[in-house]
Design a protein around this ligand. Sequence first.
Ligand code: NDP
Length: 279
Amino acid sequence: MNRFAGKVALVTGSSNGIGRATGILFAQEGAKVTITGRNTQRLEETRQTILKSGIPESHVLAIPADLATEEGQDKLINETVKKFGHLNILVNNAGTAFSDAEGRIGLDQPVSDFDKVMRINLRSVVTLTQKAKDHLIKAKGEVVNVSSIAGGQQAMTGAMYYAMTKSALDQFTRSTAIGLIDHGVRVNSVSPGVVVTGIGEAIGMPEGAFEKMAKLLESHKECLPCGKAAQPIDIANIIAFLADRKLSSYIIGQSIVADGGSSLIMGMNTLDMTSILTS
Ligand code: NDP
């Protein structure tokens, strides 16, 4: 399928996880892609995977950059447009969380962690989208943000600052969608649940711990009703759907929840009331 032929996509956080799967998918479906991240070795792994699937080198631009800096963001936009001539699709995917070395959570977690996670998960999305705006308007393009079910209505004491960035990102998606649709640009987002990626190690978990956690959740129907954690490609497919105007043109400012049912379960409904009341 070549549904993105002639399109140029910039996918942030494509040196690993969901962004990597998205960059590869876009390239395989005909787009010219800019892939990026700070880790040059992992970025090269993404580039090599794309090239090995038969995509010409001229269709891939790998830019090592720290998205938390304005210089990094300027480099991404300027070099993408310089090489490919325009920009149709911006995927604001890069993100992380910061855990406290002393295990402090909620209000006890140092505000320096709040500043750091806001900077990458939220501020960089705002400023990168500002920098991309004129190019996206010219191309009548699409923005897809990667949020999280952590940003939903439930409390997230264990990762409060992270969850706050995603709640705010959802508001950003809605408001920019209305602001930009007048110019022909669509903005939407996806809110994943548990996805097996590099995020565990990125936030300081020991190697394999995130996968172990995912396996445990898979065995608890009240945590993961569908019985399995997502793989990056599951989310990449939704990002591609939202970036594909032929398929999703009438979706504006929405977030598609992709969590195997996790966010539909209320704690009180997980108790077996029948056996409790009859015992
Ligand atoms: P990964 O850790 O596998 O990938 C994160 C990507 O973001 C990497 O490519 C990393 O690149 C990049 N990144 C992080 N900080 C920076 C920075 N300062 N500058 C440039 N790039 C940066 O995690 P995921 O794939 O899981 O995360 C992708 C998105 O999905 C995030 O927004 C996350 O919040 C969201 N998400 C993930 C879920 C999950 O269960 N995995 C659930 C819900 C949402 P590098 O390290 O090379 O800089």
